[in-house]
Design a protein. Structure first.
Length: 86
């Protein structure tokens, strides 16, 4: 592992975090343990660097086990299922 502990850096993407905030350009660094950082990470090295300029970087928005079958009829916009929170 490198000095900072990150194995993958996605550089220059637009981060959409699922909270409803406006997307922002930043780098994302991810370690094998799932630790991550996002902002401008100039100077940070990793085993793998991927230029994702012009691309969207976001968490997975698909919850395969959501129990959304009946609730979706009452809340048609599904806002209770879409936001991503840690």
């Amino acid at each position: 592992m490198n000095q900072k502990g990150f194995q993958l850096v996605l550089r220059g993407g637009t981060i959409i975090d699922g909270t409803g905030s406006t997307g922002r350009r930043a780098d994302v660094a991810i370690s094998a343990g799932g630790n991550r950082r996002h902002r401008n990470l100039d100077g940070l090295t990793a085993f793998v660097n991927i230029d994702v300029s012009g691309q969207v970087v976001c968490p997975g928005f698909i919850d395969l086990h959501s129990h959304a079958d009946r609730g979706i009829l009452k809340h048609r916009l599904a806002e209770n299922y879409i936001p991503q929170r840690e």
